[in-house]
Design a protein around this ligand. Structure first.
Ligand SMILES: N[C@@H](CCC(=O)N[C@@H](CS)C(=O)NCC(=O)O)C(=O)O
Length: 122
């Protein structure tokens, strides 16, 4: 799986979810202004919206909404553990992946509560 990200942006949320869930994702840094990946590929060919996060599965399926990416990954996560970790009061109108994504994306935006080992790489 490839997680397209930009350091310090909302892609940090699914990155944290993947790390906490022990899911191996290969990170691909994206220059959001140039819309180029770190390999120089046209990111718009991966996500026509040009936004991160994007998760490309091994079968080439691309998930391009952060909440959907987190929801996909969170299926592997011991949800009660991370909810307790982030002191989250779950909004029952949302799925657990969306709740976690929203919380962590906000945290990423402010760098509050972002584990240092993840923040260093986005
Ligand atoms: N609807 C998308 C929006 C994600 C989004 O706005 N990502 C920002 C970074 S936090 C981005 O890629 N901005 C650059 C752009 O949209 O051109 C989602 O919720 O995942």
């Amino acid at each position: 799986m490839l997680l397209y990200y930009s350091p310090g942006a909302c892609s940090l949320a699914p990155h944290i979810v993947a790390r906490e869930a022990g899911i191996a994702v290969d990170l691909v840094r994206v220059d959001l202004k140039a819309k180029l990946t770190e390999q120089g590929d046209d990111f718009l060919q991966i996500n026509a919206k040009g936004s991160i996060p994007a998760l490309v599965l091994d079968d080439a399926t691309a998930l391009t909404e952060g909440a959907v990416v987190s929801q996909f990954l969170v299926a592997e996560l011991p949800i009660l553990e991370i909810v307790s970790t982030v002191h989250l009061v779950a909004d029952l109108t949302l799925g657990p992946g969306e709740v976690v994504h929203d919380y962590l994306a906000d945290a990423a935006a402010t760098h509050i509560g972002t584990p240092r080992r993840i923040a260093a790489n986005g």
